[in-house]
Design a protein. Structure first.
Length: 512
């Protein structure tokens, strides 16, 4: 298809109701990724029981998906700009479905980590393609704001559907079933997408620089690995070496982009203060949230004793708030200002996380539910508006690369959040003192993870098992409270930074 034909097809979609059908296909892809991210938290206790991973392996299972996505998003966003965003999206969707089967039938922690890494490779093709296609399908700024709001709302809906559907599956099937729910969504996406999605790409993209691809992948993974290991186990020679390699690779990557005539990522995008501020806000927001969210499902199930389906329903207010806020975020940002909406949303999330520092084993649901609702509303406003700012800051030919930067910030923030805040929870948890008389092998298993503690007490007398489990639960909640406090600090600081960085940023108005 020539560039003229692509523009004609895009214009026809823009002027017809087909653009909304195309959007429906794109949000299916978002739903696919969001559901996969949230069901893992619910399945963690079952994975612990079946595969018996160590605490470190459990963290890797949780965050290697985000590590790989973060390392590949820029490359995949740029690849979509070159070969076609529709083509890359459909290839990625098929791969995502196929690798989901490998995740479902993993038999060892190492196999599951590998499968999650491969899922990250496939997932890296989906998110930047969806936002880039929205940028090219919806040319009217107000329509685009609504489309981005729906896109964000469906991501939040996936966060809600994931735990509820996952909880139902976990009560009736084995943990691998939570990955198989990707298959029907993928099938609908591919069949409908072939018909309704218009193809779009950069008409003069230049070559795809493989050296830049390798540098970005090595740099991102090495830096995140170093931060994760330093937070969990302290500074060691291998951690220092990884940090040096990562920083060197990313420095080389940036310098190379500045010299290429057709860079993988146009570094001049960051000269736009609104673009840079929005990217930084996304990264720090997800960092502050993700570690807490990863462990919240374990708190609901292993500390408060809720069944998986009930735990999924308990997390619903966050998604409801995010959906509602996302749909009106563009209108509110035009009525007030971009920085007021983003900074206000982030401050609300920070305050809600601060409220969760009062959690204990007997905390009633009203406090938890209200906090999650505020988290959802604040995040819904912030993420929707920052995504709109990022998309409207660049020419549509570079939409894939810009979207990839946005998603890289999101995934990198998730990986760092699980690594740093997760390491706080794990570190505090491992320091708990087992009651006197606990068999050494039982105490060792209990110190690996809370799921290991629940499983290890099964053969002990009732009074001994209750004492050990209570000590483990108390330590887990102590770590969770500390992580919530750290997350609150990050979010409140980010709110202040966003207020200054996004000064003067505005969403585009409709053409007269």
């Amino acid at each position: 298809m020539t560039s003229i034909e692509q523009r004609t097809a895009s214009t026809e979609v823009e002027r017809s109701p087909g653009r909304w059908l195309a959007l429906a296909v794109l949000v299916l892809a978002v739903l696919l990724v969001a559901v996969d991210a949230t069901v893992l938290g619910l399945a963690t206790p079952y994975i612990s029981e079946d595969l018996k991973p160590t605490g470190t392996q459990l963290l890797w299972i949780g965050d290697i998906y985000s590590f790989v996505i973060a390392g590949l998003l820029v490359s995949m966003g740029s690849l979509g700009d070159r070969i076609g965003r529709k083509k890359l999206l459909l290839i990625g969707a098929v791969a995502f479905g196929g690798v989901s089967v490998l995740n479902a039938y993993a038999t060892t922690p190492e196999m599951l980590m590998l499968a999650r890494a491969l899922l990250g490779v496939a997932g890296a093709t989906l998110m930047p393609s969806t936002l880039a296609l929205i940028r090219n399908i919806f040319h009217d700024p107000r329509e685009r704001s609504l489309a981005v709001g729906i896109w964000g709302a469906m991501a939040s809906a996936g966060a809600a559907v994931g735990p509820v559907v996952g909880g139902f599956l976990l009560e009736h099937f084995w943990w691998g079933s939570v990955f198989l729910i990707n298959l029907p969504v993928m099938a609908v996406l591919v069949v409908v997408g072939i018909k309704f999605l218009p193809e779009s790409k950069n008409p003069a993209p230049g070559p795809w620089d493989m050296i830049s691809v390798v540098l970005s992948l090595i740099g991102m993974i090495a830096v995140v690995y170093a931060i994760k290991e330093a937070a969990a186990h302290g500074i060691r020679w291998d951690v220092g070496a990884s940090a040096v390699i990562g920083v060197a690779a990313l420095t080389w990557f940036v310098r190379r982009q500045l010299t290429l005539t057709a860079p993988l990522l146009d570094m001049r995008l960051f000269r736009n203060r609104g673009f840079s501020g929005a990217v930084l806000a996304d990264l720090l927001t997800v960092l502050g949230l993700s570690g807490l969210v990863f462990f919240l499902s374990q708190f609901l199930q292993l500390v408060q004793g809720r069944r998986p389906f009930e735990a999924g329903l308990a997390e619903l207010p966050a998604a409801v708030g995010a959906v509602a806020a996302g749909l009106i975020a563009g209108m509110v940002a035009r009525r007030f200002s971009v920085r007021a909406v983003v900074a206000g949303g982030l401050a609300a999330v920070g305050i809600a996380l601060a409220a969760l520092t009062t959690l204990n084993q007997s905390t009633g649901y009203p406090l938890l539910g209200a906090s999650l609702l505020v988290v959802g509303i604040g995040a819904g406003f912030s993420f929707t508006v920052t995504a709109d700012v990022i998309l409207s800051s660049v020419p549509k030919e570079q939409a894939g690369a810009a979207s990839a930067v946005s998603e890289t910030a999101y995934e990198l923030g998730a990986a760092l959040g699980i690594a740093l805040l997760g390491s706080i929870v794990t570190g505090v948890y491992r320091d708990f003192t087992a009651p006197a008389g606990t068999p050494p092998e039982v105490a060792s298993a209990a110190h690996e993870s809370l799921g290991g503690a629940v499983e290890s007490v099964a053969g002990l007398p009732a009074h001994e098992s209750q004492a050990l489990l209570s000590s483990a639960q108390d330590a887990f909640v102590d770590g969770l409270r500390l992580a919530a406090g750290a997350g609150a600090g990050v979010l409140l600081a980010t709110a202040v930074a966003a207020w200054f960085l996004l000064k003067g940023s505005k969403l585009e108005e409709s053409a007269p």
